[in-house]
Design a protein around this ligand. Structure first.
Ligand code: PGA
Length: 238
């Protein structure tokens, strides 16, 4: 089943999240699920966006690298699982770039997620500069190395998110996403249950062609996931 993840980043109050949930439910209607939907709201809106009917599941956007302790401001994997999360985003480029998260730290976050049976949505991708210097393959290898200790039998989602495509309106060309997919399938050939997503300026307008031509299993969507109708269209539900 294809997988569509809404990454809300630091957007929406609880009231706005409730309104989104209501509208998305109306878009989906009673039809049997044909795709898997996941919403990653800010932690304060997890409860507000939860669907009692289970038409979508919840993800966190981040997780602490430690299980518990005197770590003001952090939220543990156990707390996320207890709050109803099934997935957690790890290694988003904004966390890497703006909050200095590196490979060793992200490996610990992956381990904490596994402790609580949260499925990681592990993000990777090259920057504009790395791309222009022809370093994309090395970046993939380095960032995939972070998964070395993550159990190969556990289900994993990896999102290819080129940094230059995030929030820029300039999505990767379908051929580039297809090439990234092939590269990741090869690098992660040991994984028993792997789904690959593309993320970066996905819109209802470019989603169909991108999905078809890239062979990806779905999308991680930022800006265009903030509107229920736009997210539903990207997922092919409206
Ligand atoms: P965008 O963000 O869809 O707004 O480009 C994607 C992401 O950062 O996950």
């Amino acid at each position: 089943m294809r997988l569509f993840v809404a990454n809300w980043k630091m957007h929406k109050t609880r009231g706005q999240a409730r309104a989104f949930a209501r509208d998305l439910a109306a878009q989906i209607g009673d039809r049997p699920p044909s795709v898997e939907l996941v919403i990653a709201p800010p932690l304060t809106a997890l409860e507000a966006v939860r669907d009692p009917e289970g038409r979508w599941s919840l993800a966190a956007q981040n997780v602490a690298a430690e299980a518990a302790g005197a770590l003001t401001g952090e939220v543990s994997a156990r707390m996320l699982a207890d709050a109803g999360c099934r997935y957690v985003i790890v290694g988003h480029s904004e966390r890497r770039r703006l909050f200095g998260e590196d490979g060793p730290l992200l490996a610990r976050k992956l381990a904490r997620a596994r402790d609580e049976n949260l499925t990681p949505i592990y993000c990777l991708g090259e920057s504009e500069e790395e791309r222009s210097r022809g370093l994309t393959a090395q970046v993939f290898e380095r960032q995939a190395q972070t998964l070395a200790q993550d159990p190969a039998s556990a289900p994993l989602v990896v999102a290819y998110e080129p940094v230059w495509a995030i929030g820029t309106g300039q999505a990767a060309a379908p051929e580039d996403a297809a090439a990234a997919r092939a590269r990741l399938r090869k690098l992660l050939a040991n994984r028993q249950s792997l789904r690959l997503l593309y993320g970066g300026s996905v819109t209802p307008e470019n989603a169909g062609k991108l999905l078809e031509a890239s062979g990806m299993d779905g999308f991680l969507v930022g800006g265009a996931s903030l509107e229920p109708s736009s997210f539903a269209r990207i997922a092919g539900l409206a």
